[in-house]
Design a protein around this ligand. Structure first.
Ligand SMILES: *Cc1c(COP(=O)(O)O)cnc(C)c1O
Length: 385
């Protein structure tokens, strides 16, 4: 990594991909989860990442748009693709069904059920229908309860309405992203069990969604095994024979990318860098996530041993492009220095825009260990691939 910076002197943001870290995280999740693992493609749709996910044993993909469906199908002819957005265009349903072999569709209203049935010609006895259940507002960093999902009574009615059309019937939920509380899954599964009982119809699948957290500075989640224990405890309340699905995004890819930004100006405690909230750092803006980071100074010049807190400003001309951190860095940070920002594989590199013309980036694959929030960064065997 440092070698790549030393040789390239990147003046544009440099995205450092670590596909092996993604493969390892995917493998660990697949091994731990008692059911099928669907990767939530929106979290990072970079082909390198998708290949790394597949190499970790994930053969199912949770897609939310026609574009994601097309991309995954173009890369993996045999993958199972599940269309998990509760509000889809008719054209997207039709092309997913007819052109891309998608069989499973999520819904949270009668109107969406009608659309799915009309655009798939009734499903030809092969349709998987999954009802998205709304959850009470939880404690996740990103609450996903406000936008999608049917209330428990409606969800039960939708299960009954969908049952005659479904070769496979499922119930799904999402506890919210970066959810630190394993108990959230136990409670959601208990609610799912009540909804299934109230519906009075057979259900083949319960999808526990995504939301599995990763470590960021100041926020260390419980071990993955504790989430799996909580899921097993909740799943024990379901009717026997129900198959579990999960839709992790962040937990599989967060460690798979860092971004090296360059300091273009310093004004006191403010550093003006070449990437920001319209680039890979959107979660460091208003959502206020903190990321592991470290200074890289060209030529091996010494850096101050005293640390100090900085605010980062991104390159665009508007004042929303600010990342308050605080970012603790050597006190003598200066123009021309680089900062490597880690844990950006999830909702980082995927959210870049071309706003204000700042869409240039270098992409390189590296083989050093990912920059973990909880562990010291290991330089060592870094090299650009
Ligand atoms: C975003 C999303 C996911 C992935 O969530 P993570 O918090 O990244 O694990 C899974 N399922 C659905 C329906 C989503 O919208």
């Amino acid at each position: 990594m440092d070698a790549a910076v030393a040789s390239l002197h990147p003046q544009d943001p440099m995205h450092c991909l670590r596909p092996q870290a993604v493969t390892d995280a995917a493998r660990a999740f697949v091994d731990a989860f008692p059911g099928d693992v669907l990767y939530a493609v929106k979290c990072n749709a970079e082909p390198t990442m998708l290949r790394a996910i597949a190499a970790g044993g994930v053969a199912h993909f949770d897609c939310a748009s026609e574009g994601e469906v097309r991309l995954v199908r173009s890369m993996f002819a045999d993958a199972a693709i599940h269309f998990m957005h509760p509000v889809k265009s008719r054209a997207a349903i039709r092309s997913a069904w007819s052109t891309h072999g998608v069989r499973d569709f999520v819904l949270d209203t009668d109107g969406e059920l009608t659309k799915i049935l009309e655009e798939t010609g009734g499903g030809a006895g092969a349709l998987g229908l999954v009802v998205r259940l709304a959850l009470p507002k939880g404690s996740a960093a990103y609450d996903l309860s406000g936008k999608f999902g049917a209330a428990p009574e409606e969800a039960a009615a939708l299960l009954r309405a969908a049952r005659p059309h479904a070769a496979r019937l499922g119930l799904s939920f999402h506890v919210g992203s970066q959810c630190m509380d394993p108990g959230a899954w136990t409670r959601a599964l208990a609610l799912a069990a009540q909804v299934i009982a109230a519906a009075g119809v057979a259900v083949e699948i319960v999808d526990v969604g995504g939301g599995f957290p990763v470590a960021y500075p100041g926020s260390t989640p419980p071990a993955l095994a504790l989430f799996m224990d909580a899921i097993r405890a909740g799943a024990a309340l379901l009717p026997p024979g129900v198959r579990l699905w999960a839709e992790p995004g962040r937990a599989l890819v967060a460690g798979g990318a860092s971004v090296v930004v360059q300091v273009q100006a310093r004004r006191g405690d403010a550093l003006y860098v070449n990437d920001g909230v319209y680039g890979a750092l959107s979660d460091a803006g208003a959502p206020g996530f903190r990321f592991p980071h470290r200074l890289i100074r060209a030529g091996g010049d010494p850096v101050a041993s005293v640390q100090r807190d900085f605010t980062l400003f991104g390159p665009t001309c508007d004042s929303a492009d600010v990342m308050r951190g605080p970012w603790s860095l050597p006190a003598d940070v200066r123009e021309g220095d680089w900062i490597e920002i880690g844990q950006l594989g999830a909702y980082g590199t995927a959210l870049r825009t071309a706003f204000n013309g700042f869409d240039r980036a270098l992409v390189t694959e590296v083989t050093d260990s990912p920059m973990l929030a909880t562990a010291g960064y290991e330089a060592g065997a870094a090299r650009a691939a």
